[in-house]
Design a binder for this molecule. Sequence first.
Ligand code: PBG
Length: 313
Amino acid sequence: MRRLVSEVRPHPAQLVLPMFVADSPDPQPIASLPGVMRHSMDSLAAAAHDAASAGLGGIMLFGVPQPRDKDATGSAALDPNGILNRSLSRVASEVGDSIVIMADTCLDEFTDHGHCGVLTPGGRNGDHIVDNDATIELYARQAVAQAEAGAQVVSPSGMMDGQVAAIRAALDAAGHTDTAILSYAAKYASALYGPFREAVDSSFTGDRRTYQLDPANRRAGLLEARLDIDEGADLVMVKPAGLYLDVVSDVAAMSPVPVAAYQVSGEYAMIQAAAQRGWIDGPAAMREAITSIIRAGADVVLTYAAMEVAPTR
Ligand code: PBG
């Protein structure tokens, strides 16, 4: 009877697996993300096949360049031979259309200062701040490079104003009219991104409060989603997910486009850590967390647990 009347049933087709690929010959575990690998090109290809066979809806690729390939403007992000663009080409040739291939469109993995964009020369009050308009020009070029490499979806995650419009215009001008934009629309300046920064070997110190949202502000999430929809986003995302179910619900109630939510690294790691100590039932807690994100209104969930949750359909 409970099965008959269940309102929400997480389905593999609505799950997206975030994946890390490094410029190194061997895959490596990530200490703060148990069960998640920093892939080599070959292990990424194998894992992408597994994700497609499990029926997942998509994979989201993040590149981890060698430290020597990082610079102030994140130029490896635009280079067709940069680690992310190379891995997109490889995965596209391996799995084709059997799963949606998404790319993180952001400079933070590629800049030597770890910010999501290029910095203003003078800064403000002695602090370096991100130059919004110079950054979106780079995002636009990065998105075209990613589409050319084989990404079917580009995913601006830097929270720059006008990033969706700039990317849409550049993609269309380059003939990539079919490449979709999944916009990280309501992305909060959260303490839950810590394990991710280990995963991508981030050069970052400080905070992103000049461009990510204040966790105290619910209306701001709705406003950011609306702006991105107006600029042409094909999907909008709320991030993190589990602590922001009110924002997921607000955005889902008004959005004319599908809504995604990202169960981020810290959300995943907290459940794994408690489960490792035997304090909670890990698989049950993970499933409950993902079910709740969908119940709040997410159509699509990005989760490091996608492969574990998928077979229990
Ligand atoms: C930025 C980006 C971040 C995450 C996804 N895209 C890091 C940040 O904003 O600092 C975090 C995802 C996670 O914690 O799982 N490219």
